[in-house]
Design a protein around this ligand. Structure first.
Ligand SMILES: NC(=O)c1ccc[n+]([C@@H]2O[C@H](COP(=O)([O-])OP(=O)(O)OC[C@H]3O[C@@H](n4cnc5c(N)ncnc54)[C@H](O)[C@@H]3O)[C@@H](O)[C@H]2O)c1
Length: 344
């Protein structure tokens, strides 16, 4: 099979992981990169040996023949860049948050659908191997029908030094991190009908909320709590681990700190270590995220080859982004928010 020719737009902090990921995947070559900042373009171009470099995405689309484009910029640029890819009939991956508003995201899905191009959101958290291990236990029926979940991410890790923009936005933890945790809740327990949200800002040096607690009714009948904090000083810093509790009619699953998975189910209790591998280019504590980048990008290549929709397609991600919008609306009103009207 001919090698897929990809391009990457946005050569910032996180894109380096995506570039490593592409290098690890067989049958793919990143043939061009783009960043409006020449310094970032040079750093990433030199590190990965990419000769074709553009400071303008429109010029890149005009000058290259591409099988896909990977957009790793921050949210404000996502809609124009995805729409540009659609106009050029180039399949497109877009980083999370998919768009600043749900209306933008719906327009992006529409543009790609009308152009007939695949669109995947780089929603990588559900691709972490410990999270996939939890999902496999749910699917096996070992704990029966899930009726309760708690998906938790609590940390005091300094995310602001690597991503300074996180300290300045009016919105912080739900939009940046909660979006992943909400997506994991959907992945494990299905879609959500109603969400109730409380937020707080503990760190006085940032503009947005750094604590969020969300109570959700899932369409299938389960109840879950998604709780996120960047103001939680623990004895052992768990960043960036997501901890999970699921109770089912016939048993329980616990994914605890240190990647310890305990399943108490129909066939007894099994404790296992589901630590993600440390890839050669990865660095702790980011290695579980870095592994998930390779997994989601491999999924994209597999979906392109088979002509099937990615698990975190643009259409799927509208449901995760709707949860983010509903959470902010509910945090302000303090009322439960129904998802149905947002998704119409
Ligand atoms: N999934 C994860 O685990 C994870 C982790 C960190 C960041 N992210 C996401 O990745 C995205 C990027 O984050 P980051 O921290 O790397 O940001 P960053 O600011 O370090 O990098 C973004 C880069 O995009 C470039 N850029 C912006 N608009 C552009 C345009 N129109 N054309 C060309 N280049 C453009 C900027 O010059 C910058 O170099 C964000 O949406 C963030 O939420 C995801």
């Amino acid at each position: 099979m001919a090698e897929l020719r990809g391009a990457l737009i946005g050569c910032g902090f996180f894109a380096v992981n995506q570039m490593h990921g592409w290098r690890d995947i067989e049958g793919v070559a990143i043939v061009a990169i783009c960043d409006r900042d020449p310094e970032r373009l040079k750093i990433v171009g030199d590190q990965f040996g990419i000769a074709k470099r553009y400071t303008d995405a429109a010029e890149m689309f005009a000058g290259e023949t591409l099988d896909f484009v990977d957009i790793a910029t921050t949210a404000p640029s996502h809609r124009p860049l995805v729409e540009m890819a659609a106009r050029h009939r180039v399949p497109v991956i877009c980083q999370k948050p998919f768009a600043p508003t749900l209306a933008d995201a719906k327009a992006m899905v529409k543009a790609c659908t009308e152009a007939g191009v695949p669109l995947m959101v780089h929603e990588n958290f559900r691709w972490q191997s410990p999270i996939q291990a939890v999902r496999a236990v749910v699917d096996s029926g070992e704990i029966g029908t899930p009726f309760f979940g708690r998906i938790s991410f609590r940390s005091a890790y300094d995310v602001f030094s690597g991503q300074p923009y996180l300290a300045t936005g009016k919105r912080f933890i739900i939009e940046d991190l909660g979006i992943h945790i909400l997506d994991i809740a959907r992945f494990l327990l299905g879609d959500v009908s109603v969400i109730t949200t409380r937020t707080a800002r503990i760190n006085p040096a940032i503009a947005g909320e750094d604590v969020a607690t969300m109570l959700m009714d899932h369409v299938g009948g389960a109840t879950s709590v998604v709780d996120c904090s960047y103001a939680t000083r623990l004895a052992t810093e768990p960043f960036p681990q997501t901890l999970i509790e699921i109770d089912g009619s016939d048993g329980t699953i616990r994914l605890a700190q240190g990647y310890r998975l305990t399943v108490a189910g129909k066939s007894g209790t099994v404790v296992s270590n589901v630590s993600p591998p440390l890839l050669p280019w990865a660095s702790r504590p980011w290695h579980n995220i870095q592994e998930s980048v390779v997994a989601i990008q491999q999924h994209w290549v597999d979906c392109l080859a088979k002509g099937i929709e990615p698990a975190t397609s643009g259409a799927d991600n509208l449901r995760t982004l709707a949860l983010v919008e509903a959470a902010y609306a509910g945090a302000e009103s303090r009322d439960p928010v129904s998802l149905e009207s947002l998704l119409r």
